[in-house]
Design a protein around this ligand. Structure first.
Ligand SMILES: Cc1cc2nc3c(=O)[nH]c(=O)nc-3n(C[C@H](O)[C@H](O)[C@H](O)COP(=O)(O)O)c2cc1C
Length: 222
């Protein structure tokens, strides 16, 4: 983008950008389930059925080692009592979680006018879960994950290409190979907030907070 682009033109374009679809589903706080995780599953299935592209993509926010914020997109793998994603424990995010497990997850499905915000703690799942995740990945994705440590600065692209070729050979020779750092993480939620745009200009917000074995619910002013 050129730095001399006139700011008003961008402002106008942003104001004129396509709004959410006018035909949106509803969130009725009084009819919501006792356990918010079942509502998360309902909303995920709705997004899949509605044809939302990559509805499992979510922003994972972490606390960096200097106490600052860090965020990036990862893919949700499953929801049971926790939210599952997978990455390298040696990546920046993995190291951050190792030092401070407090995380947030954010989903946004524009086509459904919906946001979900999760706050919780990320912990490494059992080794078997990490192995199952890694071996289910496409061989190219497995090779990419072991070729060069994630988020390493690439000073020499040729060397990186050689590492990738060697990694492909290794994966082809041993389909069961799983690197020690590959980790299936579970995020155990302490709060989950649902945000629903309405066909007018209103929004409905509903937050659940962990309370012992159960959850308390509160409607929030949007
Ligand atoms: C749609 C999408 C899905 C992604 N899924 C993952 C994932 O599941 N795991 C992962 O480690 N990185 C994933 N990434 C890459 C991360 O956003 C990030 O670039 C990478 O993990 C390095 O992050 P870090 O340096 O904070 O550790 C994905 C990126 C996008 C845009």
């Amino acid at each position: 983008m050129s730095s001399d682009a006139p700011a008003p033109a961008l402002r106008d374009r942003l104001r004129g950008a396509k709004p959410p679809h006018p035909d949106l589903p509803a969130l009725v706080a009084d009819e919501s389930p006792d356990d918010p995780r079942s509502l998360v599953v309902d909303w995920l299935i709705d997004a899949v059925d509605a044809g939302v592209a990559q509805p499992q993509a979510m922003v994972l926010s972490t606390v960096d080692t200097g106490g600052g914020a860090a965020a990036r997109v990862v893919l949700l793998k499953d929801v049971d009592d926790a939210f599952w994603f997978a990455s390298s424990s040696l990546s920046p995010k993995g190291r951050q979680i190792g030092a401070d497990p407090r995380v947030a997850l954010t989903f946004f499905w524009s086509e459904r006018g919906r946001q979900i915000r999760v706050v919780g703690r990320a912990v490494a799942g059992p080794r078997a879960a990490s192995e199952a995740d890694f071996t289910s990945r496409h061989p190219d994705s497995r090779a990419g994950a072991i070729a060069v440590p994630q988020s390493t600065v690439v000073d020499d692209p040729e060397e990186a290409r050689r590492s990738l070729a060697a990694a492909r050979e290794r994966i082809a020779a041993d389909d069961d190979f799983v690197p020690d750092d590959w980790t299936a993480y579970r995020v155990e939620p302490s709060s989950i907030e649902f945000w629903q745009a309405t066909s007018g200009r209103d929004q409905v917000r509903l937050r659940y907070d962990r309370d012992g074995d159960g959850w308390t619910r509160a409607s929030l002013w949007p």
